[in-house]
Design a protein around this ligand. Structure first.
Ligand code: AQP
Length: 331
């Protein structure tokens, strides 16, 4: 049976990249298949987090899920640390995955940079825990942004190697679901880097909870090139910043980038950027306001997450038990 799993790290405030690349698409899959959406706090601590801020960010990601339209009656919403089976299966997968596989992960190289000896062992093993997150539920579909494609492919490799090593047909081959115009929302100041929660400058990103003035200012200051908007998508090949703003407009308005180009044919950035800001405010403000309302009652968020964790555990526990049995662990 098809089953969807995905998650977001509570490593800061949610960005427009998280919204378009993940949450908006999570909502679209709800009701079509069984859906589990996790706040992956164990992944967040691969980089040091202030404990008070981590608790806040965990609840805030959950608030973002709820405010954007995820419904606890239709989806299982929970945080990873409440379901201990994630860490347990993660360890088993650390023993299945190969060091050479981890060495090929481009996200690790990007995040560690020249500092690879000093980052946590957890950051290095992150993709193996992510494989556990997915396979603990035998999830078949994982909606993610383009940046996570390599990790989902690694998940498939781990499943295949486990099945091969233990001569079983136990873990499924998961499909990464990467579609739509904004699977890789780029940094507003550098169109060759992705927009990240923890990027250096706040001007690089739109946060889901930015107010209207901030959103307008950030788009106004967003890097572009001197040329006007193009007539065809082809012209955008070497203009990553321009391409990014058009893709964002397309994703927010559920249109194709081609339709956006037609709509703004001949216009300059002076007309396009304010229109983009208005559109972003129109889409984000209701979600942001609802997040603020939800965050006033953290006990209610915790109740939803605890209930979701109980339901997630009911699926995870038998799969972990069976995995341990296959491996030969006495429990
Ligand atoms: N810029 C983006 N464009 C499209 N999708 C994105 N996602 C993240 N950034 C973009 C998608 O959001 C989901 C959750 O990602 P995550 O928060 O778990 O991890 P990340 O990709 O490492 O996100 P950040 O924002 O870059 O966090 P930091 O800065 O803390 O490392 C994923 O599906 C991801 O594809």
């Amino acid at each position: 049976t098809p089953r969807v799993f995905s998650g977001i790290k509570p490593s800061g405030g949610l960005t427009l990249g998280n919204y378009l690349g993940a949450i908006k698409r999570f909502v679209g899959m709800q009701g079509q298949m069984e859906t589990l959406y996790c706040v992956v706090d164990l992944h967040a601590i691969t980089v040091w987090q202030d404990p008070v801020e981590l608790r806040h960010a965990t609840r805030e990601v959950a608030a973002g899920y709820l405010a954007a339209g995820l419904d606890p009656a239709q989806s299982i919403l929970f945080n990873q640390a409440r379901v201990s089976q994630h860490a347990e299966l993660g360890w088993i997968f650390n023993c299945v995955a190969r060091v050479g596989w981890m060495n090929r992960m481009t996200q690790f190289k990007d995040k560690a940079g020249a500092n690879a000896e000093q980052v946590s062992l957890g950051l290095y093993a992150y993709p193996s825990l992510m494989a556990a997150d997915i396979l603990l539920y035998h999830a078949t579909h994982v909606p993610v942004g383009e940046d996570q494609k390599q990790h989902v492919e690694l998940t498939r490799d781990i499943a295949a190697k486990f099945n091969h090593d233990y001569k079983v047909d136990f873990f499924p081959q998961t499909i990464p679901v990467i579609d739509g115009p904004a699977t890789r929302v780029m940094n507003l100041r550098d169109g060759t880097k992705k927009m990240s929660k923890s990027g250096e400058s706040d001007m690089e990103r739109i946060n889901m909870r930015d107010d209207a003035d901030t959103i307008a200012k950030k788009f106004k200051k967003a890097k572009t090139d001197p040329a006007a908007l193009p007539d065809t998508l082809d012209e955008l090949r070497d203009r990553p910043e321009a391409r990014n703003l058009i893709d964002i407009y397309a994703a927010l308005s559920d249109a194709t980038p081609e339709a956006v180009i037609t709509e703004f044919a001949g216009a300059g950035w002076g007309r396009f950027k304010p229109a983009l800001a208005d559109l972003a405010v129109d889409r984000l403000a209701p979600i942001s306001n609802e997040m603020t309302r939800l965050m006033d009652d953290p006990a209610e968020i915790d109740r939803i997450l605890t209930d979701g964790a109980d339901r997630a555990r009911a699926i995870a526990a038998p799969i972990l038990s069976r995995t341990a049995e296959i491996v030969g662990l006495l429990r």
